[in-house]
Design a protein around this ligand. Structure first.
Ligand code: OAD
Length: 259
């Protein structure tokens, strides 16, 4: 039986807010940023913060492009997992659900979630740094550098290098997306933080904003996050396990009070 208070809160919620992070895609075999793992390969000696910044891109565009190209291919090859599917299905069982993600992999959308607020952008939209000209998928498939030593990819018109439409350290989040996410956090009755270390702001502040505004708040993370102690409940299970169980109990009409 999932956490009884959370189940009770979900049963009566008019608006459910969900924030997800890289841990939500861990069961799709996509690496998180801060967990240890044998996944960094070519980029092993570079921390994400050293690759995900305008300075890193200016200093070595092929290194940054190849890292994102590698992540783009991995995301395209991955499949949504039970957590993505349960979140998409939960939206069918509550009056309103706002899904805000820090993930750039597109797996929520592929699981069927609609209106996903992508706080940190997407790996799947690339553009020229100088003109904003978009780059099509076929060009990315064929021409993104595979290693930091390959030549960097320029835009089709040759005006500048191409970059992914993700938010880098030192850059602002898309203001309209953040405003919608904050408004949703303030009006939700239940807020779930799933698979995020809650170390990167402003995303990490959203569940706390919901709590301040009176929501019941919980996180799902096998390792309690930086904000776990400030929330009403911390469910220490993998996202796929916890979300599937929650959805199953909710839709089976099982009463958390056992009456
Ligand atoms: P992190 O790598 O910081 O944290 C991943 C979290 O997922 C950790 O707290 C893990 O304990 C948890 N986790 C691992 N496996 C899990 C599972 N199966 N189910 C649930 N949780 C699991 O990733 P984020 O919090 O998403 O930003 O990182 C936030 C931001 O930092 C990213 O969006 C990215 C990064 O730098 C930008 O690129 C701007």
């Amino acid at each position: 039986m999932p956490h009884a208070d959370l189940l009770r809160a979900l049963r009566s919620a008019q608006h459910v807010f969900i924030l997800t992070g890289a841990g939500t895609s861990a069961e799709s075999n996509l690496p998180t940023f801060r967990d240890p793992g044998p996944h960094r390969g070519l980029w092993d000696n570079h921390r994400p913060e050293d690759l995900a910044s305008p300075d890193a891109f200016a200093a070595h565009p092929a290194r940054v492009q190849s890292w994102y190209g590698h992540r783009r291919r991995a995301a395209l090859a991955a499949q949504p997992n039970p957590a993505h599917h349960a979140i998409a299905q939960l939206a069918q069982h509550v009056p309103k659900l706002t899904l805000v993600t820090q993930n750039v992999d597109g797996l929520h959308q592929r699981a069927g979630s609609k209106g996903v607020l992508e706080l940190h952008g997407s790996l799947h939209r690339w553009h020229c740094v100088n003109t904003g000209e978009p780059v099509d998928d076929a060009t990315l498939d064929a021409q993104l550098p595979q290693t930091p030593d390959d030549p960097p990819l320029r835009s089709p018109s040759g005006t500048g290098y191409v970059r992914p439409g993700v938010v880098w350290f030192g850059e602002g989040l898309p203001t309209d997306v953040l405003a919608k996410a904050e408004a949703a956090a303030r009006t939700a009755d239940v807020a779930l933080s799933i698979g995020t270390s809650a170390l990167v702001y402003p995303a990490a502040a959203l569940p706390l904003l919901a709590k301040e505004a009176g929501a019941y708040t919980a996180e799902i993370n096998p390792t309690p996050s930086a904000i776990a102690h400030q929330l009403d409940a911390a469910i220490t299970q993998p996202a796929g396990v916890a979300m599937s169980e929650l959805l199953r109990t909710l839709t089976a009409g099982i009463n958390p009070d056992g009456v």
